[in-house]
Each structure stands twice: as structure tokens, then as C-alpha cells.
Design a binder for this molecule. Sequence first.
Ligand SMILES: [Zn+2]
Length: 380
Amino acid sequence: MLSLPQMLGNVSKAHVQSPEDWARSVTDVLRDAAIYHQAHNGFYRAQCDALGVDPAAINDINDLQDLPLLPVGMFKRPDAQVLLTCSLADVETETSSSGTRGVPSVARRNSETVTRALVGLIGTYREFFSLSGGAGLFLNPSDSEASEMGLLKDFNILNSVFDHHVYLVADQSFDVREALEHLRRWKGHMTRHIVCPPFLIERLLRFLEQEKVNVRLDPYSMIITLGGWKRHTSEAIPAEGFREQCHDLLGVRPGNVRDMYGMIESNMLAVECHLHRKHVPPWCYISIRDPGQIGRELDPGGTGTIAVLDALNTSYPGFLLTDDVGDVETGTCGCGRTGQVINFRRRGQGGGFGHCPVSLERYLGSGTTANDEAAALMRA
Ligand SMILES: [Zn+2]
């Protein structure tokens, strides 16, 4: 069994715990996180009381599904500071994105959370990418095209493993020639890597194909993608075909084309191993919910709404109900790592305000106690 500091201190070891140790470790760190938020966050305490959940009573991994969840849509609200466990004065970073629906989602993190997330990401990148040096070409959308990239930019971690990097702001007017110029300049000097949302590398690939430009990156080059296709869903190509194109047009080995899954509101970043399976960090647990009955966790293998439970966050409860749809596998991957593997399928409908047992309005407005709320729920 590993404590949270032990996991963060040795991410590699935390990924190869026995399945029993993994279950016990992740249960323990999430129970401790839930106890912390229940004690220090009135809004979260009201949710626990309304559902009759005592985080201290969590004993088994199957109990984690009982923890109240915050719908990610709440982070778009102007009064979202109510979600904070820390004080506003302790907030170090505010990551904001306009998201898919135009309303900004704001995730606030205190210094403890930022430190833990940074340490966790360094360990995760080194575990999965074994990167050391080279040059990184970052293609960043300028708007809401891939808000998850904001998470990467906030945690400028990948830059620290590269010897050199360049950020190109890339949107509708994405200048492919400028991107290619950087790649040419680095040729022969450094191993070249590309980090961007998939729709931008796709544009680069289209350009190379149409203009018959021949670019061969290096034997250890990586293409790392994060974020969905959003408005560009019509351009989306299946992952395997995408990797083949990266190989054919850029000379990057398919095993080195890696996608990641994350969201701005969570510290959870699931990274693909060389077998293209997205591993959930050992300090997080993914619970797949029945879309029609969000309090219910689906049986193993079921596809439903993705809930992310993260133990790193002390700024607000990292127990989030996302708008995304997917499924999860638990066990030992062919790469040897244990724990959970997440399969993101699609964006859901969103707007899950109703899933919080005690709404912000009721919590802020009525002055009712949690017991009143619980009674109201019982009557409902
Ligand atoms: Zn794997």
C-alpha cells in the first residue's frame, strides 16, 4: 500500500502495485481527501449530509461511488467560489477556458494543489514518455477549440523536459509553414516532438499530403495530443488511422503517437502507454455512472458518464461529474501497469446542474440546514 506522498514520490512504482494494493491505496487516499473536504467545505458537507454519506466510513473501493460529485458545469457559474475548500486568498492559479459552450469554466488552485499536480505530472510524463531533452513544438489553439490545452500551458511541465521549445498560437489561420520552418531548423540538432490537440496535427498532415512536402522527424520523435475535436468532429479520424498518417507523413512510429485525456477542472491526466491505453493516475479513480441515475455506478465494462475522483486537490473537492461519456477497465495492462484504463467515447450533453443533491441556490439562499435538504430530498 502506498500513501499519497509515496505515490507522488515514485509514480513508476505506484503504477505497478498489485491489483489488491492498488485498490487499497486509491481507496485510502480518496477517503482521506473526502474527509478533508467534508471537514473544511460547507457546501461539500451539505452534499454529504443530504446523501447520508460519511467519508470516514469508506472502507472498500466499492464505497467510493457513494461520494457526492460536483458537476463540472458548476465551474462555469459566477458564484463558483462556493465550491472552494481553500479561501480565495489562497488561490494561486485560475485556469479559465471558454469551453465548448462559450461560458468560461474557472478552476482555481491553491499552492498545495499546484505543487502536487506539478509533481504528479512530471512523474507521469517521465513514466510514460521517457523524454529527456529534444525540442518541443507546441501548437496551441487560441480559443476554445481545445480548452484542455490550458491545463498543459498552466503546468508548463513538458517544457522542462525539453532542451528547447516553441509555442505557436494556431487557430483558423494556423500557419503550417511556420511550424514546418521550426521543425526544419531543429533537424539534425535535436529530437523533434510535437504537442497539440489532434485537429491541429491533422491540419499539418493534410498540408503535407496536399503539398507533397516530405518531412521525416527523428527515430525517437513523439507526437503528444490532448483534447477533443470539438467543432472539428467532422474532421476526426479514428485513432489508428491517425497514427498511421503520422507515420506515413511525418515518419513518427505509431507507438510514439500518444493521446492523453484530461479536463481543465481536474488534475487527472490519463496518458497512453505504448499500447495506446490511457492509464488513470494511481491517485485517481474513475467511476462510470448510469446517465439516467447518476448516483449509480455501472457494472464493470458499462459505458456511461465519466466521474473523476482525484486525491490531489485541496482547493476544492476533486470529485467531479464530467459531461463526457466513456468506460473503464480495471486490471493489468499489456504494458505491465495496473489500475484503471479509461476509454473516452464522446462528449455528452452537459449541463448536469441537477445532479448535485443540494444546489448552490439552495445552499446560498435559503439558509436551510443540511437536514432540511435531506428531508426535502427524501420527499422528492
Ligand atoms: Zn498500458
